[in-house]
Design a protein. Structure first.
Length: 600
């Protein structure tokens, strides 16, 4: 909605409850492994999530800090109530964006194009419509034997829209996820848990120079034990799935505690994190112990944890089922293949997570504007962003379970780091009119810093100038002069040490210096990935028409023609990733293109 309004459209945002705008219904955090990459990319393109997180955070940590930069990801604990309040305020103040509480019940189509949407009370006419129903679409909250037609946190379910999608011939299926209990902080003996503090370094998600307050709150690490496992094993027949109340596909990478016990019987314990929900509440989130067991059994299970013997549960854990569509029905623009102007974003496309939803929302909003204004679409690709990987996976491969972004999903992850998201995407965001002047100035300063440090790489320093930094780093001292590039390649030399010992770097920002530092240390690996990207680019840049008659291409296997006709890829590269299409099929397709057949 923000993207559409900021690009000049008059936008109506409908929600079953305005109290859930920007409400973090599950865990009180933003970012995490690979998810932090998405947040940085959203920010680089001019999105809002990173700014909201920075302004409401209570703790900030860099995950995988001991590993390489490709898998390092920023994760913030935020005050979920402040986040919601701020998000709603940003929406309310955005010119051209109109908030209204109401339940959408029918998508109106004429001549295979969207023309409007009907609520329970009114009809609104529109040229483009983005459906982003989250987990609220025909949702059911399930705890033990109790199933209620509600959304998260007791918000209303959007119960009527599914039938409209079915009537349009859109494939609908059922997914499931879950959430743990919220417990009262003062009823837990926190001294018996392992303290988890935030970072002292003031990282940020947002690149426009916000000053953040961090490390205000503590998280805690704990473990389940044999007593916990015994309670769960004795009551497996009382889980919602065993009782037939849950039928949807669950999240592989975020299983319930009962699924963990069954799938990993050899493990004597499973870790969990206790996370604060906000500064002004006693509620804490038990990350890692989601369940759909009955409430009384939940009490026994949580009280079996060390330090939780007297714990009070304020909100019971639950499973939630909801409807979503088959994302293979969408173009990479996130517009439906049969209905012009009808876009889908977020968990209705089969994803999980706030970050994945925000990334799709930004993409769908940008392309909805392009559709309305009859302008070129913006399709991010696998080689320029994690957002591109996410959307390509959804529309090319599809998903049979809630999709979660991971660094391993990207074949170019060393080139798609979170720290260079702005270098990759901010010029695009600026050209789209979404990057503010302040954000652009900060970006230009970083670019100048990068250029300045690169120009200094061949500068040689005498041993008298390098002894101090090498000694402090625990590295052997040099007998002759060393270039700045050679110093950066020493394993124990860090960015803070470089800033400390070389005055010539004093005016350079940490982010710009880190870019060059990373480039120097991983140049060989990145050169190989860049070469692979260039090789693949010729396929990605070879367009295919959506009207291609694959069945008329001589030599193309019938199965491949069927799959390609269903997916309607926009490029040869996308066609090569379609399940059931092999390299021989792609060669046939390329030959057909080279002959410029009328069918292609």
């Amino acid at each position: 909605g923000l993207a559409m309004a900021r690009k000049g459209l008059e936008v109506l945002m409908l929600s079953v409850s305005l109290d859930n705008a920007g409400y973090l219904a599950c865990n009180p955090s933003i970012g995490g492994t690979a998810k932090g990459h998405l947040v940085r990319e959203i920010d680089a393109l001019g999105g809002e999530m990173g700014r909201l997180a920075d302004k409401t955070l209570t703790q900030l940590r860099m995950l995988n800090a001991s590993k390489g930069p490709a898998v390092q990801s920023l994760r913030a604990q935020v005050d979920k109530y402040k986040y919601h309040t701020l998000a709603k305020s940003v929406l309310e103040k955005q010119k051209g964006l109109h908030l209204k509480q109401g339940e959408a019940v029918e998508v109106l189509i004429e001549d295979n194009k969207v023309v409007g949407v009907r609520t329970t009370q009114q009809t609104f006419w529109t040229k483009a419509l983005v459906l982003c129903a989250g987990v609220y679409l025909n949702s059911a909250i399930i705890t033990g034997e109790v199933s209620e037609n509600k959304g998260p946190n007791g918000f209303p379910s959007a119960s009527l829209l599914t039938q409209s999608l079915v009537n349009l011939g859109i494939s609908v299926r059922r997914f499931k996820t879950g959430t743990p209990a919220r417990i009262k902080r003062s009823t837990v003996d926190l001294d018996r848990l392992e303290l988890q503090r935030g970072e002292k370094h003031p990282y940020t998600f947002c690149g426009d120079g916000l000053k953040v307050k961090y490390d205000k709150a503590c998280c805690y690490l704990g473990y389940t034990n044999p007593a916990t496992h015994g309670i769960i094993e004795r009551n497996l027949d009382k889980t919602a799935r065993k009782m037939g109340l849950v039928t949807g596909a669950g999240a592989r990478y975020c299983p319930s505690i009962e699924d963990k016990i069954v799938r990993f019987k050899d493990k004597e314990r499973h870790q969990f994190f206790l996370e604060p929900e906000g500064d002004s509440t006693e509620e804490m989130y038990v990350q890692g112990i989601s369940t759909s067991l009955p409430a009384d059994i939940q009490t026994d299970m949580y009280r079996s944890l060390e330090g939780f013997e007297k714990v009070e549960i304020m909100r019971d854990a639950y499973a939630i089922e909801y409807d979503c569509i088959d994302s293979l029905e969408l173009f990479p623009t996130l517009m439906h293949k049969r209905y012009g102007g009808l876009f889908f974003a977020g968990q209705i496309n089969g994803t999980s997570g706030y970050e994945e939803a925000a990334a799709q929302g930004l993409g769908a909003g940008i392309n909805a504007v392009a559709y309305v204004k009859d302008q070129p679409y913006t399709v991010l690709t696998r080689d320029n962003s994690y957002i591109g990987v996410l959307i390509d996976d959804l529309v090319t491969k599809g998903t049979d379970e809630p999709y979660r972004m991971m660094t391993s999903r990207s074949e170019y992850r060393l080139c798609l780091r979170q720290d260079n998201a702005d270098l990759r995407l901010t010029p695009l965001g600026r050209s789209l009119g979404l990057v503010s002047d302040r954000r652009w100035r900060k970006f230009q300063k970083k670019c100048k810093d990068v250029d300045k440090v690169k120009a200094m790489l061949n500068t040689s320093f005498a041993p008298s100038a390098t002894d101090a930094i090498l000694t402090e780093a625990g590295e052997p001292t040099a007998k002759s002069g060393m270039t700045l590039e050679a110093i950066m390649k020493r394993p124990a030399v860090t960015v803070p040490l470089l800033k400390k010992h070389f005055n010539c770097l004093s005016g350079v920002g940490d982010e710009g210096l880190f870019e060059v530092y990373t480039f120097v240390r991983y140049q060989g690996y990145m050169d190989r990935q860049e070469s692979a990207r260039r090789d693949c680019a010729r396929y990605e840049n070879t367009p295919l028409s959506v009207d291609t008659d694959y069945f008329a291409i001589k030599g193309l296997r019938y199965e491949a023609a069927e799959k390609l006709d269903k997916i309607k890829p926009l490029s040869v590269g996308q066609a090569s990733r379609v399940s059931g299409v092999n390299p021989a099929d792609i060669n046939v397709l390329i030959i057909a293109l080279s002959k410029n057949l009328k069918t292609v």
